[in-house]
Design a protein around this ligand. Sequence first.
Ligand code: NAP
Length: 281
Amino acid sequence: MSGLSGRARLAGVIGWPIGHSRSPLLHGHWLDRYRIDGAYLPLAVPPDRLEAALRGLPALGFRGCNVTVPHKVAVAALVDQLDPVAERIGAVNTVTVAADGSLAGSNTDAFGFVANLDDGAAGWRDGVSTALVIGAGGAARAVLVALLDAGVPAIRIANRTAEKATALAAEFGPDRIAAVPWAERHEAAAGAGLLVNASSLGMTGQPALEFDLAALPAEATVTDLVYDPLRTPLLAAAAARGNRIVDGLGMLLHQARPGFAAWFGVEPTVDAALRRAVLAG
Ligand code: NAP
C-alpha cells in the first residue's frame, strides 16, 4: 500500500469486529496484481456508528465498501438505492458511491454462489431438476435467489428451526420451494442433483452437519458455503462416495468481483494464485 498517490482509489469492508475478514487480503492481492493506485481497508464500525460511517464514505473519497457481519441487513435500510437482488435477499454486501455521492447497495453473494459452481462444476445446472438446501439464515436466502434465478425447477429446504424454512418457502414461492422437516433431510436428498450446505454446521468450532448421503444420486454435485475448513466433513463424505464437490472458498472470491470492478475499474480474475493467497493469509 506504500506509494499511494493523492488520487488513490479507496474502498474497504465495514464490520464489527472486522479482524476475521479475508476481504482485505483478497482485494489487496488484486490491487497488487493489477498495479492499481488504490487501497482496500478493514473498517471496524460498531452498530451505533454504522449510518455515520456509511454517510462519511463520499466525503472521505471512498468509492464504496463491502459490508459484513453484523451489518448486512441494516445497510439495506440505509442506502439510497437498493438493487433488486439485494432487495430480495434483504441484505447488502456491496456499497458503491455514485457520482452524486449517493449510496447504491447490492448483494453479490448469489452471483458468487453461481460463479463458484460454474467454475468448479461446469454444466452443474443441466441435470438439476431438484436442489436440496440445508440452512435458512442469511446465506440460504442468497442461495435460494441464486437457484431460482439459475432456473432450478424445484428446491427443498431443511433447517433445524423449521419455521424459518417454512417462512422462506412462503416468501420465495411455494410453487418452486418446499420446506422439509429437519429430521427428514437425509431422505429429501433423493432425486436431488445439487446439495448445498448453507448452514454454519461443519465450520471450525461448530459441530459437523450430520447427513446420511445414501439417498443422494451419484451424479449430484455437493457444495458447502463453509470454507474453514476448506474440506468440510460433508464434502469429504460426498467425495468419498464419488459425488462432485465444490468448496465454499470460491463463493467468497467470486462475490468480491463486482465490487472490485466498480471501485477500481478492472474486472478481476479468480484463479489458483488468488486462492493460495487467501488461504495463506
Ligand atoms: P446465519 O444467518 O447465522 O444462519 C446460520 C444457519 O445455520 C441457520 O440456518 C441455523 O439454523 C444453522 N445452524 C447453526 N447452528 C446449528 C446447529 N447446531 N444445528 C443445526 N443448524 C444450525 O448464518 P449465515 O450468514 O446464513 O451463514 C451460514 C454459513 O455460511 C456460515 O458458516 C458462513 O460463514 C457461510 N457463508 C459463506 C459464504 C461464502 O462466501 N462462502 C457467504 C456467506 C456465508 P437455525 O435457524 O435453526 O438457527
